[in-house]
Design a protein around this ligand. Structure first.
Ligand code: ATP
Length: 320
């Protein structure tokens, strides 16, 4: 019952029936429809495999979660949030898409977009820092994806370079929606309590979610996280791309939190002035005074840079 598969994806299959007529049947995909390849990565509750759809030869990443482990670690709620959220975010190139879900006795399976470029963090570690052109391109893609999530009533709450994957074109795909917060979908005609009820809409009861370095001050002081919290993380990420490390980093989580609530960080010499102005206006303690997505798109740092469809048609700049 806990794993009930609502709105499961199906594929259409053309078949010839016993009387020779062509019929279109909808068939639910299952484990046997894929051949599993190498392990792409492992998380605390999952293993991600490269997999090929036997019928189409299209490649995917399949995340396999062991039911026993999830129950033991009391993570059922997060697993369901991740699935419900991904099912809401299916029409943007900057979000890892969930194509099918299925299960067998032991495991849950999520069939996802393959991100063969790995994590943005890995790429950043290799180059050390990004130049302004790369930071602008990746910043624009991250912002465009945030705008889409927010327009669908999703607050990510754990944006960081580990959760930004890269596809074969080296374009961004946001992942890891296990700690997302679902607001009522502005486009959903159902009454609100039917929709958002499962993860508790009361901000104030939210316990700490996210990663210390990117967590917003309002989550630490008021236990509230809203759309502005994702833009705080965005400011931290822009800084990190240019400097090579996040703005707030103490030797312990607690000391990191202290730096965040005191807004204690600085810019190394040579930090580009337009980027500095942008970061300073994102890293504002009061979430109501922080830049919004719209403000950021119009900020001089992104001067003339495309957003929307044209942004996703662009060739990724060479990493420097
Ligand atoms: P944790 O649950 O411990 O926070 P995680 O969120 O990274 O870990 P997963 O999302 O299961 O766990 O991912 C495990 C690994 O697989 C990660 O290192 C990630 O880079 C890789 N991975 C996840 N999704 C994909 C994908 N769609 N394409 C390619 N690699 C992926």
């Amino acid at each position: 019952e806990e794993w009930k598969d609502r709105g499961a994806a199906v594929s259409l299959r053309r078949e010839v029936d016993s009387e020779g007529r062509t019929v279109i049947r909808s068939v639910k995909k299952g484990v046997r429809d894929f051949s599993f390849g190498r392990i792409l990565g492992e998380g605390s509750y999952s293993t991600v495999y490269l997999a090929t759809d036997r019928q189409t030869l299209r490649e995917y990443a399949i995340k396999v979660l062991e039911k026993k482990h999830i129950i033991k670690e009391k993570k059922i709620k997060y697993v369901n949030i991740e699935k419900n959220t991904l099912n809401r975010l299916t029409e943007h190139p900057g979000i890892v898409r969930l194509y099918y879900t299925f299960q067998d006795e032991q495991s849950l399976y999520y069939v996802l977009d393959l991100c063969s470029g790995g994590e943005l963090l890995g790429v950043l570690k290799k180059t050390g820092t990004f130049d302004v052109e790369c930071t602008r391109f990746y910043g624009a893609q991250i912002l465009d994806a945030i705008e889409y999530m927010h327009s669908r009533g999703v607050i990510h709450r754990d944006l960081k370079p580990e959760n930004l994957l890269l596809d074969d074109q080296m374009h961004v795909k946001v992942t890891d929606f296990g700690t997302a917060k679902l607001l009522p979908d502005p486009r959903d005609p159902r009454p609100q309590q039917d929709v958002a009820g499962q993860n508790g809409q009361d901000d104030r009861t939210a316990s700490f979610v996210g990663t210390a370095e990117y967590v917003s001050p309002e989550l630490l002081t008021d236990k509230t996280a809203g759309k502005p919290s994702d833009l705080w993380a965005f400011g931290c990420i822009i800084y990190q791309l240019l400097v090579g490390r996040p703005p707030f980093k103490g030797p312990t989580e607690y000391l990191t939190f202290q730096k965040i609530v005191a807004l204690e960080y600085d810019f190394p010499a040579g930090f580009p002035p337009a980027a500095r102005d942008l970061v300073e206006r994102c890293l504002v303690l009061d979430p109501n005074r922080r830049l919004t997505v719209e403000h950021i798109k119009n900020h001089e740092f992104f001067d003339g840079h495309p957003f929307g469809k044209n942004l996703w048609r662009m060739k990724a700049p060479r990493l420097r």
